[in-house]
Design a protein around this ligand. Structure first.
Ligand code: ADP
Length: 610
């Protein structure tokens, strides 16, 4: 076993993250306390080494001031051996142990531990959580929190434990020389803390202002670059340049303000730090002049004070960094840790689909608003029935389907699959039983094969290819090549699949769903991005994929609608018509109007909606 494995970063934590800073950090670190203690104690031991060095120096001076030079090397074997063991064995060992626990055990584990927990928690949020925020921002917050928590823990161990042990050791050493000197040191510590208290909030404020100005500047530049085509088309380079320069000027001002304060902080630090040797060396010399301290005591006090004076600098800057890390943790915590909106029921069972019958019972869901979504929708879909959902944009079709997948919980009514309420089964088992092809299917930036295999991770290459052939994707996949020279099924698809055309993405998505072979199939205008030739070929694949399954298809295309047993027409969140194509045409209602306005292979929903 490697010592790095003394912390197991990926243990499951099922508790929800607390929402107060201290307890949240505790949640992040839980499971690692043992090693954090070990790391803190070794670091403290290293801090004591510094004081021992001063002690040894005093001892050497005291001995040499009285010993006889000619017999020194034989008389003082113990002193010489002690020095050797201390500097060549003990000190390297303790510092080595401290470095190893912190750099090998604590640091490499904490980042993944915190990120792993946060990531798992974040993925458990409902779709609504992700709808309300930018994906990039969420990802960035996760990284930010894990880095900041690691930084806080590691700085606490490396600096605070070390410095505290040094300080306590120094006080003990000075008490051994004379308690009045120790008192001087304590008085100094209080004035140091007072200075820190005065500067910290001010530094934090200015550093926050600078960070804000920086991210505004970053946002401005990214916005311009993202929209560079528009900038060029409107010949607005000069305008964009000016806006960016303004943001830069603002950043510059904030940076200058921060710079002034840092400079003053540095001056104050050097002054307060400089007071340590004055107080301690001066005090011991005074005692020495009274005959109450030896020259060795002066040397020991001198060594301790120089070390403490140096330490004030790095301890202060570490405190500053920890302070701002705490701010980052708090900020990320607020974004990422709200309780999950959708959780499995406490006694949730796995969904068992025997036939595939679906019942929507008096469903209402309006996204927490007054209007929108669907209201009072009741439908019974027989096993194996193929249902087309038709309606103008905004009629509530996607909401309807989302409720079947339990991407949201309805505010009224329920959805049953083969008699089991979707709210009472595990979300995982529910979504396993439903295959879905959506309008804009995004792809992972992974190999084409892995994107298809996402439908069934244990599928063999032959099965993957078979599904791809059925979805008319095999042909173009063979000609794929990515920037790293991978080709065919090994080629990566680019971020979100940008390297593929819309039709190609849909064909891969279709292959993925064919491979999944779930008993219930949801098509969200699955063929919208296909040209008619490819579409004709795919429709055959779809027919095979739909065979024996219950199908719910949001449909605009005549060719899709024609394959359905039953059409449900939605309008303003309600079901307004329900029947076969022929019966609805005969009824002469909304569907008949849509149908009569068909053009280019689509029913005339756009016209009808206007
Ligand atoms: P369709 O799929 O028929 O185009 P939707 O189900 O997407 O219709 O939308 C139905 C209604 O719900 C619309 O009025 C829309 O504004 C509203 N809606 C859809 N998604 C959201 C959402 N994420 N948040 C708030 N309102 C939404």
């Amino acid at each position: 076993m490697r010592i790095a494995d003394l912390i197991r970063p990926f243990q499951r934590v099922d508790d929800a993250p607390p929402q107060t800073l201290g307890r949240f950090i505790g949640w992040c670190l839980n499971g690692s306390w043992g090693m954090l203690w070990v790391a803190g104690l070794t670091s403290a031991a290293a801090g004591v080494m510094d004081v021992l060095t001063a002690l040894l120096l005093g001892w050497v001076i005291d001995v040499t001031s009285t010993a006889r030079p000619d017999t020194f090397w034989t008389d003082q074997v113990f002193l010489i051996a002690s020095l050797f063991v201390f500097f060549m064995v003990l000190r390297p060992l303790i510092f080595g142990a401290s470095a190893a626990t912190n750099n090998v055990i604590v640091q490499p584990n904490l980042g993944p531990q915190v990120l792993g927990r946060l990531h798992r928690w974040t993925m458990g949020h409902s779709v609504r959580f992700f709808d309300d925020d930018f994906a990039g921002r969420i990802a960035q917050k996760q990284m930010q929190v894990s880095a900041a928590v690691t930084e806080i823990a590691s700085e606490f161990i490396n600096t605070i434990c070390f410095a505290l042990a040094s300080l306590v050791g120094s006080v003990v050493l000075l008490v051994a020389i004379d308690w009045r000197i120790a008192l001087l040191l304590l008085a100094w510590v209080l004035s140091y803390l007072a200075m820190i208290r005065w500067f910290m909030p001010r530094i934090r404020l200015r550093s926050k202002a600078r960070a804000n100005a920086r991210s505004m500047l970053g946002g401005q530049v990214v916005d311009t670059i993202t929209n560079i085509k528009t900038v060029k088309l409107f010949a607005h380079d000069a305008h964009e340049d000016r806006v960016a320069l303004n943001a830069m000027a603002e950043f510059r001002e904030r940076a200058v303000e921060f710079g002034y304060l840092s400079a003053w902080f540095r001056v104050a630090l050097m002054t307060v730090g400089g007071a340590v040797p004055i107080l301690l060396i001066g005090g011991t010399i005074w005692l020495w002049s009274l005959g109450q301290a030896s020259t060795g005591d002066i040397a020991a006090a001198g060594a301790v004070s120089l070390r403490l004076s140096q330490m004030t600098g790095w301890v202060s800057f570490t405190l500053m960094a920890m302070y701002s890390s705490l701010g980052e943790v708090e900020d990320g915590m607020r974004t990422l840790t709200p309780p999950h909106e959708l959780t499995d029921a406490p006694n949730a069972t796995a969904l068992v689909v025997t036939k595939g019958g679906i019942v929507f019972e008096d469903l209402t869901f309006t996204y927490g608003r007054v209007v929108g979504g669907v209201s009072n929708v009741s439908v019974t879909i027989a096993p194996g029935q193929k249902v087309g959902l038709v309606g103008a944009s905004g009629a509530g079709k996607s909401t309807f389907v989302s409720l079947l997948l339990r991407l949201y919980d309805p505010s009224g009514g329920r959805v049953l699959i083969d008699g089991q309420s979707v709210a009472q089964v595990t979300q995982e088992s529910l979504r396993r039983q439903i295959g879905m092809v959506t309008q804009d299917t995004s792809m992972f930036n992974r190999a084409a094969r892995d994107n298809i295999r996402y439908g069934r991770p244990d599928a063999s290459q032959a099965e993957v290819e078979d599904a791809a052939k059925k979805a008319e994707a095999h042909e173009f996949i063979q000609h794929l090549r990515d920037n790293n020279g991978r080709s065919g099924y090994d080629a990566f698809l680019g971020e979100r699949g940008v390297k593929l055309s819309g039709g190609q993405r849909q064909r891969i998505a279709l292959a993925r769903t064919i491979l999944k072979n779930a008993p219930i199939l949801v098509l969200d205008e699955a063929t919208s991005a296909l040209d008619s030739e490819v579409e004709a070929a795919i429709q055959d694949a779809l027919d095979i994929a739909m065979e024996g399954k219950t199908v719910l298809a949001i449909a605009h295309r005549l060719s899709t609608i024609a394959r359905m047993d039953r059409i449900i027409v939605m309008d303003k969140g309600r079901i307004v018509e329900d029947g076969t194509h022929d019966s609805l045409l005969a009824a002469g209602g909304l569907y008949a109007r849509y149908w009569n306005r068909q053009s280019g292979g689509f029913i005339g929903i756009m016209d009808a909606a206007e």
